[in-house]
Design a protein around this ligand. Structure first.
Ligand SMILES: [Zn+2]
Length: 73
């Protein structure tokens, strides 16, 4: 049952933001770390990463990347 809520959370996090005042980040759904879109680690992350907003990444419990700080803003 927990797995279903986990997947639902991912689905919600992957929804494009209607109010786009939150910066776009690349969220690693396996490690729960978010990156700035131009972070080299964001570019390397292809399998477990989704593009979402900073707000949703934080809401989802993700932490910022230590290399890029999570967002350029
Ligand atoms: Zn990063």
């Amino acid at each position: 049952m927990r797995k279903i809520f986990f997947l639902l959370g991912l689905f919600i996090a992957a929804l494009p933001a209607l109010a786009a005042d939150s910066p776009i980040v690349v969220l690693n759904t396996q490690r729960l770390i978010y990156h700035s879109p131009d972070c080299k680690w964001a570019h390397r992350c292809t399998r477990n990463c989704i593009k979402t907003t900073l707000d949703k990444a934080v809401e989802y419990g993700a932490r910022p990347c230590k290399v890029c700080g999570g967002s350029q803003n």
